[in-house]
Design a binder for this molecule. Structure first.
Ligand SMILES: *[C@@H]1O[C@H](CO)[C@@H](O)[C@H](O)[C@H]1NC(C)=O
Ligand SMILES: *[C@@H]1O[C@H](CO)[C@@H](O)[C@H](O)[C@H]1NC(C)=O
Ligand SMILES: *[C@@H]1O[C@H](CO)[C@@H](O)[C@H](O)[C@H]1NC(C)=O
Length: 368
């Protein structure tokens, strides 16, 4: 059983370690100057990984004792139809008119040549966010694409009153995007505060809604407040009872409704009692998991998953920040569905990380 699972791990690429090649300086520095990238949002569209936002540290002028941090001003793409290593990967830069942000939320739309919506996050290096704007990146199917401000909401007045937030948990189905919880903070607004509810966006009708935990129906938020969590869409026919798939909400912190939120002393969500919701009906399900239950609190980790043998699904999670102890970790776990069993991955990817991105690439084996 285990060799098969480990083999499938080779399908994961950790964006945080994506190195760089000689070429355009700074957004993609030379390999020997590259130190780290973090706080990006990444998605796979067709044969390409697109990486947006975040910051990069790199050496400059031959100095090795100082690696200044820069905001990343372009959107990056990597061809995943060919093989590469982190030292010879070719990373393309795509111009970006919108202000670069750290940890923006993205919803991926695979229709046509595909693209993604981007909203929220925080401006790099402490600059204040000025108003709420949603942008759409339209991919061209060849590793490029272009950005434009997205204004075609079916109900623009509903978008206008939404706060641009960060640290929410986002996920999307083929036609709907969700953003659960999140917060705004002192750099952006007067007070740091948790934002209740869940924003959902229908990518076909272009209608945006904001529901709370007390609402009924498909706009209902699965939780009242949630910060630093992750969400992951599990497709239908993978061992869950839903016909349209389910969204799994993992980790993060509860937040107090009546005080400013500090993650250090907000209780974390555990990984034994798992929360799922149905993206069509809003129905919530709690499910007890067994096995190697993950330590918590756990925030700002990364999550992806893959179908197993056409009947099950493995959710992979890696890294985390423990806000209570101000420390971070390099542990990796798999949640195996439909058994709901957590398995500690015996050989975690090297080095503790948080605020990283991970995604699944499905390789089709050539029979010859
Ligand atoms: C991004 O643009 C800003 C403002 O022009 C600049 O200071 C920064 O160095 C650029 N970042 C990179 C990685 O080139
Ligand atoms: C690198 O050299 C340039 C030109 O002398 C200077 O403007 C820049 O500040 C230097 N960067 C660092 C990090 O020392
Ligand atoms: C969603 O609605 C709740 C309740 O009215 C509100 O407090 C919250 O700020 C709204 N969310 C966003 C992102 O604006």
């Amino acid at each position: 059983m285990f060799p098969a699972r480990l083999a499938s791990l080779f399908g994961f690429v950790l964006i945080a370690i994506a190195a760089a090649v000689q070429g355009v300086r700074l957004d993609v520095p030379r390999v020997e100057d590259f130190v780290r990238r973090w706080n990006v949002a990444a998605t796979v569209i067709g044969d390409y990984v697109y990486i947006d936002g975040g910051e990069i540290n790199q050496f400059e002028n031959g100095t090795i004792d100082e690696a200044p941090v820069y905001q990343v001003n372009s959107t990056l793409s990597i061809d995943i139809s060919t093989s590469w290593t982190t030292s010879d990967v070719s990373i393309r830069t795509i111009g970006k008119p919108n202000a670069p942000r750290n940890a923006p939320m993205i919803w991926t739309d695979k229709e046509g040549t595909g693209g993604f919506y981007s909203w929220g996050g925080v401006f790099s290096l402490g600059r204040s966010v000025t108003g709420s704007e949603m942008w759409k990146f339209s991919a061209d199917g060849r590793g490029g694409g272009s950005w434009s401000p997205f204004q075609d909401f079916a109900n623009p007045e509903a978008f206008k009153i939404l706060l641009s937030l960060e640290r929410g948990a986002y996920a999307n189905t083929d036609d709907k995007g969700f953003l659960i919880g999140g917060s705004v903070w002192g750099w952006t607004y007067l007070d740091t505060q948790a934002i209740p509810g869940m924003v959902s966006f229908d990518m076909r009708t272009k209608e945006i809604s904001n529901g709370t935990a007390n609402d009924a129906g498909s706009n209902r938020s699965p939780l009242e407040k949630l910060i630093g969590a992750r969400a992951h869409f599990i497709p239908a026919n993978t061992g869950t009872k839903s016909h349209q798939g389910l969204i799994l909400v993992l980790g993060g912190h509860r937040s107090y409704v009546d005080r400013q939120c500090s993650l250090e002393d907000s209780p974390g969500f555990d990984f034994r009692n798992l929360l799922f919701f149905d993206p069509e009906t809003g129905e919530r399900y709690w499910q007890i998991a067994t096995g190697d239950i993950l330590p918590y609190p756990r925030a700002h980790f990364c999550v992806t998953g893959f179908t197993v043998a056409r009947v099950g699904y493995d959710v992979f999670i890696f890294g985390r920040r423990n806000e209570a102890q101000q420390s971070y970790y390099d542990d990796a776990y798999i949640l195996s569905l439909p058994g709901f069993v957590w398995i500690l991955v015996p050989t975690p990817p090297a080095g503790p990380r948080f605020f990283q991105s991970v995604f699944t690439i499905i390789f089709t084996m050539n029979p010859h």
